[in-house]
Design a binder for this molecule. Structure first.
Ligand SMILES: C[S@@+](CC[C@H](N)C(=O)[O-])C[C@H]1O[C@@H](n2cnc3c(N)ncnc32)[C@H](O)[C@@H]1O
Length: 431
């Protein structure tokens, strides 16, 4: 059984190392204990640049269970208050959860109020989430991040269109905020707690996008590419230490194997060290393909998702470059796996390097544009194309944090591209 934790004596000592999270977090912990949430040797703490996270309150051992959240404490579309709203089942789970949170947002009696009080504010999200940035800054994101952002905007707009009739007038901004709360704080959940009579039917109707639940306390954990992996079963969620931790260290979970473009668009941050980091070159390859080449690549399932890491150019990119460069027969034996393509490798490596050189020129150009952004901290609220309140800025003026994260992301992309190019020049291999 986990020990119950309500800021005991060691807490004061450990909090000297990290910043104390504040009073509303103490209320939340009390509330969490009442929900049956168990914490063992960990506590919330404030970390510079990462908001609240989880700190090891004593030395922890690999394999130790540090958090348990019972299924009854989750907010899912099977929670009674959401079921009773009778949102149509055809609406996305993300949208239904966001609408419920919007409808309870100003209810001081709501059952999850102490939890809501510890979430980031709308203001926090305005700075960190590219979704809330003005168009001139969004257009300075790497192309792959812009594609992710466009998909995110489309999902939000669809959910808003569906759920708007259930919400008070003028609640688009509130809905967008609760939608991003759901997006940044949900965990995978495919309803293992449902009775066997309901489970098969429920599972049949689920897509991966539907398997979301809000999970109190678990949503305190920040992400690292290597962290604890939360596991769930019929009883709820458990977090187990992935390694030993010293008292005072931050304990992370892994949100999945995500590159920094994904983390920036979905969560509003990038990792300085990310073993899963990549960059994409679709925007350089796709516009140069003929219609016939597009059809061939689609047929062979090699269309798009062309990825570069700091040591390799992926197999898919090579397939596209081979199709553009080599006789059809040589391309066919490569994609069918009948030949490893090594006899053409030198020619393809030259193509890869030309592609990376083209990318390097684009990077320099974008870095210059970011460098020239005029930093201003104040901004006014205006209305964007979709009719939602959004800040307007003079062309080129930007909050310092946004400029900083854009500049850092492009430095990372430049390093990936330069390092990969260097490896190719040294006769390094492509994947
Ligand atoms: C599930 S919440 C984690 C708790 C959050 N830090 C808070 O203050 O409530 C996810 C959000 O935490 C922040 N975050 C998570 N991991 C981070 C990291 N490694 N570095 C910076 N921010 C991080 C991002 O703002 C992200 O959207």
């Amino acid at each position: 059984m986990f020990e119950s934790l309500m800021f005991p004596r060691w807490h004061t000592y450990i909090m000297a190392a990290a910043l104390s999270p504040g009073e509303q977090h103490q209320f939340f912990i009390k509330w969490a204990n009442k929900q049956g949430i168990e914490m063992n040797g960990v506590a919330p703490a404030k970390f510079v640049g990462r908001g609240i996270g989880i700190i090891a309150a004593r030395d922890l051992e690999k394999g130790e269970k540090i958090v348990f959240v019972p299924a009854s404490a989750l907010i899912s579309i099977d929670s009674k208050p959401i079921r009773s709203r009778n949102f149509p089942k055809s609406f996305s789970i993300h949208g239904r959860l966001a609408a419920h949170l919007a409808l309870t947002h100003s209810d001081v009696e709501s059952s999850h109020k102490p939890w809501q009080d510890i979430w980031p504010s709308e203001e926090d999200f305005k700075t960190i989430l590219p979704l809330n940035w003005p168009d001139n800054l969004q257009s300075l994101l790497p192309a792959a991040a812009q594609d992710l952002l466009a998909a995110q905007q489309k999902k939000l707009e669809k959910d808003w269109k569906d759920l708007q009739p259930f919400l008070p007038p003028d609640s688009k901004d509130l809905f967008s905020y609760t939608w991003t709360i759901v997006n940044t704080r949900c965990f995978y959940w495919d309803y293992p707690d449902l009775p066997p009579s309901r489970l098969p039917k429920k599972r049949q109707s689920l897509t991966a996008d539907d398997c979301y639940a809000m999970c109190p306390f678990l949503d305190y954990f920040n992400h690292a590419d290597e962290g604890c992996e939360p596991l769930y079963d019929i009883l709820g969620y458990t977090v187990t230490c992935n390694r030993d931790y010293k008292a005072g260290e931050e304990v992370y979970v892994s949100y999945g194997s995500h590159n920094n473009d994904f983390l920036l668009v979905e969560y509003g941050f990038i990792l300085e060290q990310n073993n899963c980091d990549t960059t994409q070159v679709d925007h350089l390859i796709l516009p140069k393909l003929t219609q016939a080449e597009i059809e061939t690549l689609k047929e062979d399932s090699f269309y798009g998702n062309y990825t570069v890491t700091n040591h390799s150019v992926c197999h898919r990119t090579q397939a596209a470059l081979r199709l553009q460069t080599l006789p059809a027969r040589r391309y066919c034996v490569f994609v069918s796996g009948a030949d490893d393509g090594s006899s053409d490798q030198k020619r393809i490596d030259i193509k890869c390097r030309q592609l990376l050189d083209e990318y390097a020129r684009e990077i320099i150009h974008t870095e210059d544009a970011i460098d020239g952004l005029d930093v201003k901290d104040g901004f006014e609220i205006g209305v964007d194309k979709a009719g939602s309140a959004k800040e307007t800025m003079e062309e080129g003026s930007v909050k310092a944090e946004r400029k900083d994260i854009l500049a850092k992301r492009w430095t990372q992309v430049r390093n990936i591209v330069n390092e990969c190019s260097r490896q190719l020049s040294n006769g390094g291999k492509t994947d």
